[in-house]
Design a protein around this ligand. Structure first.
Ligand SMILES: [Mn+2]
Length: 426
């Protein structure tokens, strides 16, 4: 972890400027009848989970260029995740991936407690083969034509639930890479029937207070067809399985230019939005840092979430998580930045004058409706985010503190370079 005195000393040098900016923003918002203190409290209470695999350097299908001091195992990963939350106060939970993060649950709980973290949804992995695995997933897992392979995939998911129960998770996320590369290779209906049959067995093993998230993805690793390819299929799955099943929306898992915020609205309307995997993309499932390409789209997603939050439909409680791959940056820096981008989009969405917006919508005043959103989006809410961090012991300037701490160089000494590390490429 970072030395708390370093954070305190750095915050002290920035506090006067922050207080000035915060006051100025407070006056600006007061003119718009918005209470800045209320906003700051909301932001301070908001958390987005980080994926354990995100702290390792990612890669592409061409190559992976390891970074210095990469985590060797889940306990190193939890250390890194602890630093992210210590500085940003925005990432209280970690999402584990099994079998990558398999360890004694008691040790996991103890380590998480030591670094001040909790556990979010548990993720199963049937998109790659493990060394001790009997049946290969080369031609699919839950939809495989071979019954023994399907049974193995179901068994793995049930084991993930058991691990999750032991560490206090309350959700299982299932993403399968199943699909086909050639027209004719797979019978669409048969494959989906087999998938649903397997998912029903997994669903049956779900504790009563758990949720099951299924994640759709348009393409990759299968490039012609994917079994769970879009939100429509995802919705069918959630409906077919039952009331504990929900759809997970990964921002990168859609065709370019798809109106994701509208998908979000639809899933909310019909009670099936389970949560998010935040990231950003330019062309496909690029897994770029959240908000790095299209922050306005992220804002529009949060605009739907805040709109729903105010209506408070029954059971509305989406899980928020980052899911991105860091190929050219220090993963800790990217995850800190991304968590803050998510907070920023949330804060901006909270600024939308919803009464005015509803009025413009009723009058069909398209331009003013758009301007109402833009006014919120254009507001620089950084002082709110910084003040929320400062009030909870975090850093006013997390990136600067992180670099000043020398954390990466320190762990590089303790963690020899890993060559076979698979995590990070998801
Ligand atoms: Mn994802």
């Amino acid at each position: 972890m970072i030395d708390a005195s370093l954070i305190e000393a750095d915050n002290a040098t920035r506090m006067t400027t922050l207080a000035e900016d915060y006051d100025a923003l407070g006056h600006n918002l007061a003119r718009r009848n918005i209470d800045i203190e209320m906003l700051t409290r909301k932001i301070a209470n908001y958390g987005v989970a980080v994926p354990s695999w995100g702290v390792g350097t990612g890669g592409t299908r061409f190559a992976r260029f390891p970074g210095a001091g990469e985590p060797r195992h889940i306990f190193d990963k939890l250390d890194d995740c602890g630093v992210i939350n210590q500085l940003t106060c925005a990432t209280p939970d970690v999402s584990l991936h099994i079998p990558w993060d398999k360890a004694d649950p008691a040790d996991l709980i103890a380590k998480a407690k030591e670094v001040g973290l909790g556990f979010d949804a548990i993720n199963s992995n049937t998109f790659q083969d493990q060394t001790d695995q009997q049946h290969s997933y080369k031609f699919g897992s839950l939809s495989n034509t071979d019954a023994a392979t399907r049974a193995q995939a179901v068994e793995h998911n049930l084991e993930c639930i058991e691990i999750g129960k032991a560490i206090g998770s309350k959700a299982l996320t299932v993403w399968v890479g199943d699909g086909s590369n050639f027209p004719g290779q797979s019978n669409f209906t048969g494959a989906f029937e087999r998938y649903l049959d397997g998912m029903k067995q997994i669903y049956a093993g779900l504790p009563a207070d758990w949720r099951l998230f299924t994640e759709h993805k348009m393409f990759e690793p299968a490039f012609y067809s994917t079994v769970v390819q879009d939100w429509g299929t995802n919705y069918l799955i959630a409906k077919e399985l039952g009331e504990q099943a929900f759809c997970l929306v990964d921002l990168g898992h859609h065709a370019p230019n798809v109106n994701i915020e509208m998908i979000v609205a639809r899933l909310i309307q019909f009670g099936k939005l389970g949560g998010f995997h935040f990231n950003d993309s330019k062309y496909g499932d690029d897994d770029l840092d959240t908000g790095s390409i299209d922050p306005y789209r992220l804002f529009l997603v949060f605009n739907e979430l805040v709109d729903a939050e105010l209506r408070a439909p029954e059971g509305f409680n989406p899980a928020h998580m980052l899911d991105q791959s860091h190929n050219v940056t220090d993963p800790i820096e990217s995850l800190m930045n991304s968590a803050m981008e998510v907070q920023r989009a949330y804060a901006q969405a909270l600024l939308v004058d919803r009464k005015a917006l509803a009025g413009y919508q009723a009058e069909n005043d398209a331009l003013m409706a758009s301007e109402t959103l833009k006014t919120a989006f254009r507001t620089d809410v950084e002082p709110i985010l910084a003040m929320a961090r400062q009030k909870h012991g975090g850093a006013i300037a997390p990136l600067w503190c992180y670099r000043a701490s020398g954390y990466r160089a320190l762990v590089a000494d303790m963690r020899p370079a890993q060559s076979g590390l698979g995590g990070g490429i998801v």
